[in-house]
Design a binder for this molecule. Structure first.
Ligand SMILES: [Zn+2]
Length: 83
């Protein structure tokens, strides 16, 4: 009987120690998802019409900040789209 009590006490301690951490972790994940969702939606809707060049020759969208890739390839792509 005393062994059972120890097991129950250990499980209660384990739950008390681990569950709040898991709940906090889950809440943090939900908060991160909620905060990143608008920018994900904005990037998905963005047509990246305006962009600027970085020192590493990458094209960065001025509106949403997405890295569009090599500036030369992006400019060639835009020139094709609108002659
Ligand atoms: Zn964009």
């Amino acid at each position: 009987m005393s062994e059972n009590w120890i097991v129950v006490a250990f499980q209660a301690w384990f739950g008390w120690k681990v569950l709040p951490a898991l709940i906090v972790f889950a809440i943090l994940l939900v908060l991160i998802a909620l905060f990143s969702l608008p920018s994900i939606i904005r990037r998905a809707r963005c047509k990246h019409e305006r962009f600027h060049e970085t020192g590493a020759c990458d094209a960065i969208c001025s509106h949403c900040g997405k890295n569009l890739g090599f500036i030369g390839a992006v400019r060639a792509e835009r020139a094709k789209e609108s002659p």
